[in-house]
Design a protein around this ligand. Structure first.
Ligand SMILES: *Cc1c(COP(=O)(O)O)cnc(C)c1O
Length: 389
């Protein structure tokens, strides 16, 4: 037997906050309770048939059984450029300004390896998608947290970042429409970010995973629509949420060529690209009829209204999200995020995510994902009505 000792990298990971919730979930399950999970941001509806058919066909072609290109098939990168032109009116050179990813999480986790040296600083929002901070840590860097506060509409206050930190920072991660707060960015905010990046020489990484999941006619912008944005950074995108393809692992990053090139260089040393048949299915998704996206959004709108109207009627403080499939709910007075999550689980069998799991500034909130049908969502409201809070 040899002794196995994990790296400092793993030992220094932030504590896993869901351990206690996971234990309680198992316990509630064992009691035979009918659990309703609103905990995980994973669409419950299937991938549209035309995308599955494209995969089926492509999977039979031996040409697709080989190692793909590291940076993505030309045809896929071209489809990304076409989609950006059509959707955002942003022009991209597919050869230099697009890289295909094995899901956007992959690219987000890897980009710090290309630009962060030991001890370097990255600006990361709290609450936020945990991968930003972890990716920075794995690369040997440190995250300076930018708190997202209700009074600032959950946009980071750039003027609150100390000058010396801003001068030292190499990267900034932002994400709008936002997970977990469901906040959306203003044109003004994106302009401020571009200016801040220019002033402090910071690479901006905008995570745009939710631009297509939006309601009531609202169309979120790409960060790259902002003047000067392509000079300061890149945008991550994903087919996961838009087309219910989380399991397929396909995403991409677009923007400033040197940044795309750095990410591509890391990737070429680590992975060998996404399965070509999946990229071909991705082309079918991006080039194909987008009415499926409207249908999904209409369904999310109905679920959202059931949940938010229901919770508001019960006295909760909650805003109707204009985008993302998350509802960010303030926990009632007297509870922490974890306590309220635990109460919901034990008294109602409803699984939600405690806000502090996304960073300490998420304390005081829970995140509920719109991942069950309308009837189930009505049941969620009824169950919450039945508990004494
Ligand atoms: C779901 C999600 C992604 C997408 O991840 P993939 O790896 O593309 O499946 C990226 N960022 C955020 C904030 C997400 O919630």
């Amino acid at each position: 037997m040899i002794t196995i000792e994990k790296s400092e990298r793993l030992k220094n990971l932030p504590p896993y906050l869901f351990k206690e919730i996971d234990r309680q979930k198992d316990e509630v399950k064992k009691r035979g309770v009918d659990i309703i999970s609103l905990g995980v941001g994973d669409p419950d509806m299937p991938t549209p048939p035309h995308i599955i058919e494209a995969l089926q066909k492509a999977a039979t072609d031996p040409q697709n059984h080989k190692y793909p290109s590291y940076t993505g098939m030309d045809e896929f990168n071209n489809a990304v450029a076409r989609w950006y032109r059509k959707r955002f009116n942003v022009s991209l050179d597919p050869a230099k300004e697009v890289v295909t990813l094995i899901g956007s999480k992959e690219g987000i986790a890897h980009i710090p390896l290309a630009f962060i040296n030991q001890g370097d600083i990255a600006l990361v929002s709290s609450p936020g998608y945990p991968v930003y901070n972890i990716g920075v840590q794995f690369a040997g860097g440190r995250s300076h947290l930018m708190d997202l506060k209700k009074e600032n509409d959950f946009l980071p206050d750039l003027s609150a970042i100390p000058d010396d930190i801003a001068k030292k920072a190499k990267l900034m991660f932002i994400n709008y429409p936002n997970n977990p707060t469901s906040a959306v960015a203003t044109e003004e905010f994106f302009k401020d970010v571009v200016q801040f990046a220019h002033k402090n020489n910071i690479i901006i990484c905008h995570d745009a995973a939710y631009t297509e999941m939006a309601f009531d006619g609202y169309k979120p912008a790409s960060f790259l629509e902002t003047q000067g944005a392509k000079e300061v950074g890149i945008e991550f995108h994903s087919l996961s949420k838009t087309y219910n393809m989380t399991g397929w692992r396909l995403g991409f990053a677009v923007g400033r060529p040197e940044v795309i090139d750095g990410l591509g260089q890391i990737k070429s040393n680590i992975d060998s690209g996404a399965f070509q048949a999946i990229q071909i299915a991705g082309i079918a998704a991006l080039d194909g009829d987008q009415s499926c996206v409207d249908e999904f959004n209409l369904e999310y709108t109905k679920r959202r209204d059931i949940l938010v109207d229901g919770l508001t009627g019960l006295g909760f403080s909650v805003k109707k999200p204009r985008a993302t499939f998350y509802v960010w709910v303030e926990v009632p007075k007297g509870y922490t995020s974890a306590q309220f999550t635990s109460l919901l689980l034990s008294k109602t069998g409803i699984v939600v995510t405690p806000g502090n799991g996304f960073g300490s500034a998420g304390e005081g909130y829970i995140r509920m994902a719109l991942t069950v049908g309308q009837e189930r969502m009505k049941e969620v409201v009824e169950r919450i009505r039945s508990v004494e809070i």
